[in-house]
Design a protein around this ligand. Sequence first.
Ligand SMILES: [Zn+2]
Ligand SMILES: [Zn+2]
Ligand SMILES: [Zn+2]
Length: 361
Amino acid sequence: MRLFACDNCDQVVHFDNRHCVRCNCRLGFLPDDLSMHALEPSSDDVWHLVARSDRQVRFCANAGLDICNWLIDDDEAGGFCIACRHNRLVPNTGSVDGVARWRRISQAQRHLFYSFLRWHLPHPDRQQDPTGGLVFDFLEDTVQSDGIVVPAMTGHEEGLIAIRAAEADDLTREQARASMNEPYRTLLGHFRHEAGHFVWNKLVRDRNGFEGFRAVFGDDRQDYSAALQTHYSNGAPLGWQESFISAYAASHPWEDFAECFAHCLHIVDTLETARAFGIATDPRGHHEMATEVDFNPYKAGSAKQLVDAWVPLSVAINAIQRSMGQPDSYPFILSLPVVAKLEYMLQLIQAAGVEPSQAAA
Ligand SMILES: [Zn+2]
Ligand SMILES: [Zn+2]
Ligand SMILES: [Zn+2]
């Protein structure tokens, strides 16, 4: 993620800020230039950019509950920003906790969309693509008459991404993480993984890219539900670390792809953040662990370029986390077969990029 600057006073501004901490200007994110902007009121609910007074904008309809800080054009129909317009079912807003959950979910969702927009990845909605467009349901758990809580399921089916809203609560998510024996579980990770299934539909299946996909990930025609059943009964095969990024990735080629897509976003986004802060490492006496992100990770020439910068950086971040008594930020190992999968992923994503004007088509 980039760092931004307040148009009014040049203070450093972050992706999720609502106001500038120095000049107190209202801030909003404009998806068409992927930047935060300082705003001045024009008239009822209409604002203009401090830097460009002729640019009239409104906040996304979800700004009302302070869910979203993205902007739309003043004359844009629908009222929702380019991310929120994909929402179908949203979490309960009848309680303070419910609103707080949705706020955290929406933050992760917009972070996902930032990467989609950076790469110009297609993201048709259900009006543009009624059977396979991207749509989100944020699902509440149900409580049976005997009081037993039935968790909502996170998953993907034909462009519909379901996210269990309760995972926005730390307690619930950590319980799920521990019970599944996972090293990493976040809302952002869920969005990136499930979006990977959507991307597979659009960029591999719908473009008949099976041959290239199967050469790297294996044959996806093996029975998917049987494969998951085997994974949950027996766990991942011994030695999965040699060819897969996670145990779950070993369950089926579709899951492997979704995991690799998520990791591609983890790595590229975090490298961009490191670059924005000018973070470089150069451990004394260990120059092989030196790194500096001196390239735009969204335009990386190869997975090797990403990984060469990422490994030393992630090792340093993990060490800093341990110094604070926190778990590793990136508890994963990138084996050579995984780097080959990331190479395929990077090429697929970069070749798929369409110009912004066509991104919704
Ligand atoms: Zn300011
Ligand atoms: Zn929005
Ligand atoms: Zn999956």
